[in-house]
Design a binder for this molecule. Structure first.
Ligand code: SAM
Length: 287
């Protein structure tokens, strides 16, 4: 009897990944082949080759990134904060195991150090091996791979970073507390006096509670904050939010020069991503 990893089913001899998103929402992908599958001390790690999205990283049955749309998320969570900081030199990434964010940060010559604090070494190994479209076989010497819990690491850092990017999975499992006030407070202390933080703040449609909590908590710590969005097709509902907290006023996106080699983010997107729809403005105004 074929023993399939959880979240995978064989239907009419076809292999399918079904993401159990919510009680009333399930998203299924037809799978060509299981490229990698292993249980780590923290989570179940899979890389699947899919028909429509190519190689796809799946942690505990939840899609993290794919070769088709991973660049949208990775470019937006990195280039927006980095281009809004006058001179980013020291960058901390919490999570980011698929290496896609670090790859984008490497495009900044001003950056001299990239500390990538990822709890699960197996995710990095699987991504470098099976997801070159996302990881870019990252080998830049400025990248320090630190395989530790980001929660602990943040407690020990003080005034060291210009930009901190929290590229975490959903607030479950090892990432459960990466949306807590205490964690954001530790990151606030880890930043230099003119530093800024950017974190993924989930879906404005399906995870409004998480998004508003992050917005509130970052608002209690940072004098300046902004929320922006992007469309990531393999994330539930497609629309995704990111929240920035800054210790100094943020430049007007219209004044930000953008000249990096990218496939999604550009000057127009950088300006328009802060233009929020009415329902979202209403939610944040009420928060
Ligand atoms: N973009 C994806 C998303 O929004 O769902 C996340 C991409 S990245 C793969 C998320 C990474 O966060 C994973 O590699 C996971 O192992 C890592 N992670 C989860 N909890 C962590 C923690 N407490 N400290 C450091 N890394 C953590």
């Amino acid at each position: 009897m074929e023993k399939l990893p959880k979240a995978l089913q064989r239907i009419d001899d076809e292999l399918w990944l079904t993401e159990d998103e919510r009680d009333n929402l399930k998203i299924s992908y037809r799978v060509k082949k299981v490229l990698f599958e292993e249980q780590s001390p923290y989570q179940h790690v899979m890389v699947l080759d899919t028909y429509d999205f190519g190689p796809m990283l799946v942690l505990d049955g939840v899609v993290q990134t794919t070769s088709i749309d991973g660049h949208i998320y990775n470019e937006m969570i990195s280039h927006v904060p980095l281009s809004m900081h006058p001179n980013p030199r020291d960058v901390l990434i919490i999570g980011g195991g698929d290496c896609g964010v670090a790859r984008e940060v490497c495009k900044y010559d001003s950056v001299r150090r990239i500390d990538m604090v990822e709890i699960d070494e197996l995710v990095v190994k699987a991504s470098l091996l099976h997801m070159p479209e996302v990881s870019g076989n990252l080998s830049d010497p400025r990248v320090n791979y630190i395989f530790r819990d980001g929660l602990q690491f943040a407690k020990e850092a003080s005034g060291e970073y210009d930009v901190i990017i929290v590229d975490s999975s959903d607030p479950v499992g090892p990432a459960e507390h990466l949306f807590d006030l205490e964690f954001y407070r530790d990151l606030h202390r880890a930043l230099k006096e003119d530093g800024l933080l950017a974190c993924q703040s989930q879906s404005p449609i399906f995870h409004q509670d998480v998004m508003v909590r992050s917005w509130d908590r970052i608002g209690t710590l940072f004098t300046h904050r902004k929320l922006y969005t992007a469309v990531v097709p393999t994330y539930p509902g497609g629309m995704w939010s990111f929240t920035i907290g800054s210790k100094r006023p943020l430049p007007d996106p219209a004044d930000v020069r953008f000249d990096k080699d990218t496939r999604y983010c550009n000057g127009d997107v950088l300006r328009s991503c802060f233009a929020l729809p009415a329902f979202l403005k209403e939610i944040l105004d009420k928060a």
